[in-house]
Ligand binder design. Sequence first.
Ligand SMILES: [Zn+2]
Length: 227
Amino acid sequence: MDYVPVEKYARFGDIGFNAGIILKGLWNTQDHIYDKLESEISSSGKKIVAPPQSHGSNVAILDNSYNDKIKADGVLCGSGDCCLTVKTADCLPLLLADPETRFFGTVHIGWRGLAGGIIENLFLSIKNLDIDFDRLYISLGPSIGDCCFEVGGEVAVLFNDDTVTARNDRYFLNIKGLVKKRLLSLGVLSNNILDVDECTGCNADKYYSYRRDGHARIQMVSFICRK
Ligand SMILES: [Zn+2]
């Protein structure tokens, strides 16, 4: 009956994590998505954590109390047996894991969070945990590309020229390109970055797009947990 496909990020499996994204499917309600997620990780009895996202730049570290009411677009988990999730439908879902300390995290990245410094906040938190950036495994999931992501001049001006493309007096923003560049400049190894290089706006058969589909109730859910 349900058709809710899951794409697994196999490289996280090599370092002891289960990670991937639940994609657009038939009969796809938010309940179906979380049911599917539970069945994906069912044998482990992990708590699924879905923090409220607000396009902000806060990064929180979850403790054993699993306080998932904290507002944060970035969440890191060290202790506790949880499955972190992030909902997206054009914004960029970033998943990360450290094979040594077994810390892992999710980040929801749109232009507001980027302009507010969510990447910088994330890496400050990681640095405070004494985790070396060159150890991190990171996935950049499907998000809207600069082929489709038109922004107004008031947004374009917040970013560097090489992140913004001007075409016929219109501005297009390359969020993933900017994130990737910042990750590399912080010391993340390019070999450790898995880039799902597909645009949500261009691939209607596979992905939801807020820009294309409007206020869809359904979003895609990326997830990561320890095996
Ligand atoms: Zn596109």
